[in-house]
Design a protein around this ligand. Structure first.
Ligand code: DC
Length: 236
């Protein structure tokens, strides 16, 4: 089977990562959560008191002090984000990181470093990546591109439940404000803003279940594989 790149982009908390993980598991593909990488950089800057406009320190840190990787948790089977070889998965999901990560993702030097690493990690293809700019910037040649959206209140409720499951109780209004702010910053930044690639398929998850989202993507994967096969038959 041809190894594809599957790009799943879209607004915050639309179910991108849940869908991407399930699709990767079904296809035995790798899964890369690119948002976790920006969260890891944000955690490093906050913990080291590096201001988001201190470009000299940020560039130095990116080059010498920030090492982002993923480690498979043998109990859950999930990939967890490591910052400098230490698992920081729980820390990067906290609201304090969600409240700052979009500001960090605007920084051009941060984007260049993360995009280069993501391209290296996906170079063998056979990967599902979720993020904001996968179909437009990281892998513009991805065979399957999905752009996910959903009503902001539905997204906020889902995020609230997810945080509550980890013991963090946050007001719905605060989550809605955070999602709106992040969507705005992510879509209006100069460097690789969040936008739907012209060849991405829109998937609105407001009224559908996770299983339906996964089936939708798998259906697009089947079509892409069929197209690749037919193309090979025709052109050798
Ligand atoms: O997917 P997430 O909510 O964990 O992403 C956190 C932030 O990271 C998001 O608000 C914008 C940024 N991000 C990005 O700029 N580009 C990506 N490919 C992925 C995430």
């Amino acid at each position: 089977m041809k190894n594809l790149v599957i790009a799943i982009d879209g607004y915050s908390s639309c179910g991108k990562s849940t869908t991407a993980k399930a699709v990767a598991a079904t296809l035995h593909y790798a899964y890369l959560d690119t948002g976790a990488m920006y969260r890891g950089v944000t955690l490093f800057l906050l913990e080291n008191n590096i201001a988001f406009d201190d470009m000299a320190r940020i560039e130095h840190a990116l080059r010498h002090d920030i090492h982002i990787s993923f480690k498979r948790n043998s109990k859950t089977g999930r990939n967890e984000l490591c910052l400098n070889d230490k698992i920081r998965e729980d820390d990067i999901r906290q609201m304090r990181i969600s409240n700052s990560v979009s500001e960090v993702s605007v920084i051009v030097q941060v984007r260049h470093a993360m995009v280069a690493q993501q391209q290296r990690m996906g170079r063998r293809r056979g990967v599902v990546m979720d993020g904001r700019d996968i179909g437009t910037t990281v892998f513009p040649d991805a065979e399957v591109k999905i752009f996910m959206t959903a009503d902001v209140e539905v997204r906020a409720r889902r995020r609230q439940e997810e945080l509550a499951g980890k013991g963090e109780h946050v007001d719905l209004a605060d989550i809605i404000e955070n999602l709106r702010k992040r969507d705005h910053i992510d879509s209006t930044r100069a460097e690789s803003p969040l936008r739907r690639a012209s060849d991405a398929v829109l998937l609105d998850t407001t009224h559908i279940t996770i299983n339906e989202q996964v089936d939708f993507v798998l259906d697009k994967v089947s079509s892409a594989l069929f197209a690749a096969y037919a193309n090979k038959q025709l052109h050798g």
